[in-house]
Design a protein around this ligand. Structure first.
Ligand code: LMR
Length: 399
């Protein structure tokens, strides 16, 4: 049956992990996939999550099916986190929020829904560059994708003018995707004024706005501040879609826990949208898994745990920032005369180093430092011990 099948392309992020695993060099370092590590290079279980797990462990919980839309206490907490306690949409009950299988699952659900029901142009405009999976998800949901300009490799910063110019030319009623915070891979976001400008532009072009919010809390350590782009657009009257992930900001990578929110205009519309969403979900996975939703719900709904979570994300964001500075200092120390200041200006868990494909290949082949081919490193995976080693290796390949 399978003789005609041509080999598929390896995933640009997860294939890096596979190659790392196969490397016998004891000094190897994995900076590919975005996963927060301790200074010792170990996975980090957030203290708030550990406490939530302990509390859950003490209860006699059953394993019944969740409703198609997921765990309602989780959905309510996720929506409050994204939209804010004071959101009129929330107060008026106009958000449809459903549980999803991580950030990928939330985007996939949203895109599948749009491919079925969006009445405008079924093209998703994504930033160049972007998280590669945006392309896969759009295509697999039956939609086309196209780039809008986002990054200027010469200046190592955002190309905001180019971005606006491209958006002005997007056909009306298309779909546009933004990274709500901590753009992956570049680490550069629009300023609040620029977001306002983008919101106006999207309104003028009558675009459907889809936010991918995978790093709320990771950029500044302040979950409220990190949601300001989404809240600005909603305040301006956009009926956005928001895909949330709790992989990074709660360290729940393998639990696949996320949420999708659609903003509707009336309760009656919400009911119709919800009925169709349930049909989409039923055909994809029937209903989502329980454990991650229970953990997130416990953390966000229990006052003491929520306070702990706010401390935990602040701690992670601070540590990422100090790792950026340590890396740049270490690059100078080993003799690099290149300007690495962009590493400190970027936010979120990644740094778009500016290393080219050949340099990346050398880093991996000669130094067993694993990163994605576009030169992105997960600074959140760098620890105290391996910073000098990585800095020396980067210097060697970029001299
Ligand atoms: C990443 O960009 O490394 C993460 O978002 C993990 C993933 O699913 O690609």
């Amino acid at each position: 049956w399978w003789s005609q099948i041509k080999a598929g392309a390896p995933d640009p992020i997860f294939s890096v992990t596979e190659a790392y695993r196969a490397d016998a060099n004891p000094q190897k370092v994995l900076l590919g996939v975005g996963a927060y590590r301790t200074d010792e290079g170990m996975p980090f279980i957030l203290p708030c999550v550990q406490r939530a797990k302990d509390m859950l462990g003490e209860q006699k919980l059953d394993h019944e099916y969740l409703p198609q839309g997921g765990y309602s206490e989780f959905n309510r907490a996720a929506a409050r986190l994204a939209l804010g306690e004071e959101s009129d949409v929330l107060k008026n009950g106009l958000n449809l929020t459903v549980q999803a299988l991580g950030g990928t699952g939330a985007i996939r659900l949203g895109m599948t829904f749009l491919s079925r029901f969006h009445t405008g142009c079924k093209v998703v405009y994504i930033p160049n560059p972007t998280w590669n999976n945006h392309k896969n998800i759009s295509l697999n949901s039956g939609m086309e994708w196209k780039f809008y300009k986002y990054y200027d490799p010469e200046q190592k910063g955002m190309n905001f003018c180019g971005m606006c110019e491209d958006i002005e030319n997007i056909p009306e009623k298309s779909i546009i995707l933004f990274h709500a915070i901590a753009h992956n891979p570049t680490g550069f976001d629009p300023s609040p004024d620029q977001w306002k400008r983008l919101s106006n532009l999207c309104m003028e072009r009558n675009l459907f706005v889809f936010f991918d919010m995978a790093y709320q809390g990771f950029a500044t350590g302040d979950a409220e501040k990190d949601a300001s782009s989404v809240r600005q657009f909603i305040e301006d009257g956009h009926q956005v879609a928001v895909a949330q992930s709790f992989s990074k900001n709660m360290g729940l990578y393998g639990e696949r826990i996320g949420a999708l929110t659609l903003v509707t205009t009336s309760k009656e519309e919400l009911e119709r949208v919800n009925s169709q969403m349930k049909i989409v979900i039923r055909a994809m996975y029937s209903n989502p898994p329980l454990y991650g939703a229970r953990i997130v719900s416990q953390v966000l709904n229990e006052q003491a745990l929520r306070c702990q979570w706010l401390k935990d994300i602040q701690g992670m964001a601070n540590r990422i920032q100090s790792v950026r500075q340590l890396l740049v200092a270490e690059l100078k120390k080993v003799g690099s005369e290149k300007n690495w200041e962009h590493i400190c200006k970027q936010i979120g868990m990644f740094s778009f180093t500016g290393l080219n494909k050949e340099q990346v290949e050398k880093l991996t082949k000669e130094h067993s430092v694993y990163l994605t081919a576009d030169g992105r490193i997960s600074v959140a995976s760098l620890g105290g011990k391996n910073i000098p080693y990585v800095a020396r290796a980067i210097h060697e390949v970029s001299k």
